[in-house]
Design a binder for this molecule. Structure first.
Ligand code: 5GP
Ligand code: ZN
Length: 137
């Protein structure tokens, strides 16, 4: 897609701090890292969200994510790694080229990725039923 920043990175039209590349995927450092070493992993083909990604490209992107996560662990000796992936504006997606965040984490770095809230009485059963119905469609 011509206007997509990540497609331009794939084509080398925009520079990136490349970490990994194979026939189908690429990884590079995020320019606004949550922690230093925060990496992005993308399929080279353009898909806006996870709902659009070809399954073979999705598998290859996950495998590349594991390779990058291992390299971050070895290089940074981080204590943990978050794998995050945003879809649509409400979830914080800014770039509509499917990508996976690989975020090195350190004890006491103070980042709170999310906080859970227990279900109210009966609410879990309701939503469980709704999701299972959608899966049967
Ligand atoms: P999203 O919010 O869409 O999940 O994340 C998009 C990420 O892309 C952001 O963390 C942002 O810092 C990163 N980003 C945006 N533009 C560029 C760029 O031109 N180069 C690199 N390396 N990262 C970018
Ligand atoms: Zn793209």
């Amino acid at each position: 897609m011509t206007s997509c920043i990540f497609c331009k990175i794939v084509k080398g039209e925009i520079p990136s701090a490349k970490l990994y590349e194979d026939d189908s995927t690429m990884s590079f450092l995020d320019i606004n890292p949550i922690n230093p070493g925060h990496a992005l992993v993308i399929p080279k083909n353009h898909y806006p969200t996870i709902l659009d990604v070809d399954e073979e490209d999705l598998k290859k992107t996950i495998i590349a994510t594991k390779i990058v996560a291992k390299a971050l662990k070895d290089a940074l000796s981080c204590d943990g790694i978050n794998i995050l992936q945003n879809n649509f504006e409400a979830a914080g997606q800014l770039i509509y080229h499917f990508h996976i965040h690989v975020i090195p984490r350190f004890e006491g770095d103070g980042l709170k990725v999310w906080s859970g809230v227990p279900y109210k009485e009966g609410a879990m059963e309701d939503i469980h039923g709704k999701i299972l119905s959608a899966m049967r469609k």
